[in-house]
Write a protein that binds this ligand. Sequence first.
Ligand SMILES: NC(=O)C1=CN([C@@H]2O[C@H](COP(=O)(O)OP(=O)(O)OC[C@H]3O[C@@H](n4cnc5c(N)ncnc54)[C@H](OP(=O)(O)O)[C@@H]3O)[C@@H](O)[C@H]2O)C=CC1
Ligand SMILES: CC(=O)N[C@@H](CCC(=O)OP(=O)(O)O)C(=O)O
Length: 315
Amino acid sequence: MSYKIYVDGQSGTTGLQIHERLSQYSDLELLTIDPDKRRDPEERKRLLNEADLVFLCLPDEAARESVALIDNPNTRVIDASTAHRVTDGWVYGLPEYDQAQRDRIRNSMRVAVTGCHAAASILSLKPLREAGVIAGDYPVTLHSITGYSGGGKNMIEQYEHSEDDFLTSPRHYALGLQHKHLPEIRRYADLQANPVFLPIVSNFYQGLAVTLPLHKVLCSSQYSIADIREVYRRYYDQQSFVRVLGQDDSVGVEPGFFDVQACNGTNRADIAVLGNDDQVVVITRLDNLGKGASGAAIQCMNIMLGFEEDRSLKQ
Ligand SMILES: NC(=O)C1=CN([C@@H]2O[C@H](COP(=O)(O)OP(=O)(O)OC[C@H]3O[C@@H](n4cnc5c(N)ncnc54)[C@H](OP(=O)(O)O)[C@@H]3O)[C@@H](O)[C@H]2O)C=CC1
Ligand SMILES: CC(=O)N[C@@H](CCC(=O)OP(=O)(O)O)C(=O)O
């Protein structure tokens, strides 16, 4: 059977990448909208209801509008926006979250793909919470360094076509500590309070790394750095898109420096446990446009439609 697929927001950063990946599936029928009508609710409604599965690659408000336009009970939705990630009736699109998540995704009509910062944060936090290395009231701090494509078309335009000097250096943002990914991080890492989360956007196109400091005195029992690495190893043992870096693995091209862009072009997340037996940091990197957006969305589609999970995705 050939499924009909529609990408709402097909000309945006994430939409274009999903389209490109879908063009490798000769057994799917891609529905496309006339570019002049791409914001026309009537035309979008027609396509949304004709499709077996739709990707929403839109700002949050437009994603909510698309969902409201769907009245075909058989149309399945994969939403790349922040709109539905902690909404009842939606499944969180992170297959590696726990043992049951793939089945939840497979059986769902509504899947919300993770935020890019959130994916790296939750992949770091969940095994530690599950093993009891940190408790739910652990005071979590997260820093995320991201390429500017994370900000979509407008930010790409700003970085690539402006002469402004301030864009040449890294910029902290979300300074009110209320970034839109906090609700999903808090819920899926099962934390009692919001982490202190501070992202930093820098002058490179794509790639992201979240740093989680672990203060050993605050961890529930005395885990060595090797024990912590082992917790991740065991947790992600069966996951082809998560790699736990060993003590001797290189984390960057140049010794002593971490490479934020090493997962670019893949759907992989790398987790590095660094430091020493007194102080540990966990750094998780991924491609914000891959595992952080279009790659994750395609991975969810593969699961939902019964394809090989890694079809068209690089590890
Ligand atoms: N970039 C990234 O790394 C990530 C992005 N996301 C999320 O994915 C979603 C899309 O992001 P991204 O691709 O970066 O954004 P872009 O700004 O690059 O693209 C947004 C797209 O949405 C379209 N659009 C906006 N408003 C409407 C509307 N009312 N009706 C129909 N179409 C509309 C735009 O159309 P037009 O061509 O007319 O401007 C554009 O094609 C967002 O929710 C974003 O937060 C998620 C994870 C990572
Ligand atoms: C650099 C930059 O601005 N990045 C975006 C994150 C992109 C993303 O993951 O957005 P969604 O939550 O909508 O999926 C931000 O921090 O808001």
